[in-house]
Design a protein around this ligand. Structure first.
Ligand code: FES
Length: 374
């Protein structure tokens, strides 16, 4: 007779699932996992969770959180991101953060590194309030921004601010595998002290002759805005003369990424440029654009909205908790139906006014009065 311990992983999974189905009958209307979660949230299978096991301040406004994921977690590829649920004052927010650690970590944990963004209540909460011992709902690693497995490429990383996180996971992974090739890394930050992972990067540059780090500091001390160091082809030619022979992995604000796309396109090398965006690329809003009154039909709520704030934010500010994921127009979790009126897609400037049209609330704003099926 074959015991469960002798079975293949697939048949063991089936066996476990069957056992769980039987136990779920006794747990109805909940599932066994809901009770297991009370003992240890990391054993929950109906919603994956992670426990915060360490927090580390990288700069004055950026923090690395080390998370121990529960059962059913799968290792990330360096450069991938993960969805994290953040409860704040009784409301549930979801955000997507790049994993900054390499999959080669040997403690079964992973890290995210979060920088406070202007007006960002969730990023601020994570950096200031999340503490060791907290449990957070998580998704599985996702995304196709990662280094190829085999080919011996010579990477050029161009990163800015917290856009360094996917590159850091890739670099750490290459170092851990002892196969770091000749690598150029251009990183933009306002000041020397704003560089996330600065100590590790500078040490790496000192230790590994094949890792060439160029930090570009873009503000004078005491200034509020970027005043120098803007990306240009001239600067690129100077810092990385063989950039056309390299595969470039870039992550940063939309302005930088647009400039890179222009340079690579003009050189006929667009396929060697790989980009990861943190924010959707928005079109310019027409000067005569107006907002309007937004009616959230299911919630029976009417809210005034301007022409540039996305409808997801408008709903959240009105106390609603609408479904959302990436907040940049990729995952479609925030889709809802337009019942009447007009909204503008902030990425393209296109105005949607057909009732029944699908609206991505995270990238659409009011373009007059409108009614949504939310
Ligand atoms: S939240 Fe992902 S598309 Fe809107």
């Amino acid at each position: 007779m074959v015991t469960p311990a002798q079975q293949s992983p697939d048949s063991e999974m089936t066996w476990r699932r069957k056992l769980s189905d039987v136990l779920d009958m006794f747990a109805f209307p909940l599932r066994t996992s809901h009770y297991v979660e009370l003992v240890n949230p990391l054993w929950s299978t109906h919603q994956m969770q992670a426990q915060v096991v360490d927090v580390w301040d990288e700069t004055k406004d950026a923090r690395t959180i080390t998370l121990r994921p529960g059962v059913n977690w799968r290792l990330n590829r360096p450069g991938q991101h993960v969805r994290i649920g953040i409860p704040i004052e009784g409301r549930h927010y979801t955000r997507t953060y790049t994993i900054s650690s390499p999959p080669e970590r040997n403690d079964d944990c992973f890290t995210i590194t979060v920088k406070i963004i202007d007006g960002g209540r969730v990023s601020k909460h994570i950096v200031r309030n999340i503490k060791v011992g907290d449990y957070l709902p998580i998704g599985l690693p996702q995304g196709d921004f990662y280094l190829p497995d085999a080919s011996p490429i010579q990477p050029l990383f161009i990163t800015a601010g917290s856009g360094i996180t996917p590159a850091m996971s890739m670099i750490r992974s290459l170092v851990a595998q002892e196969r770091l090739p000749d690598t150029v890394h251009i990183h933009y930050a306002p000041h020397e002290f704003d560089v996330i992972f600065s100590k590790e990067l500078r040490q790496l540059a000192a230790d590994k002759e094949q890792y060439h780090l160029h930090e570009v500091h873009t503000q004078e001390f005491g200034e509020e805005k970027q005043t120098r160091g803007y990306f240009s082809q001239e600067q690129l030619d100077k810092l990385c003369p063989d950039w056309k022979e390299r595969d470039c992995y870039a992550c940063g604000p939309p302005g930088l990424l647009a400039a890179l796309e222009g340079v690579w396109e003009q050189a006929g090398h667009s396929r060697r440029l790989h980009i990861e965006r943190f924010l959707a690329d928005f079109a310019e809003i027409p000067k005569d654009a107006v907002g309007g009154k937004v009616r959230f039909a299911q919630s029976n709520l009417d809210v005034d909205a301007d022409s540039e704030t996305n409808l997801l934010r408008i709903a959240e500010d009105a106390g609603m908790n609408p479904p959302h994921g990436c907040r940049m127009g990729i995952c479609h979790t925030c889709n809802t139906k337009l019942l009447s009126g007009c909204v503008r897609d902030l990425r393209t400037g296109e105005v949607l006014n057909e009732s029944g049209a699908m609206v991505q609330t995270c990238v659409c704003a009011a373009a007059g009065d409108c009614e949504l099926d939310l």
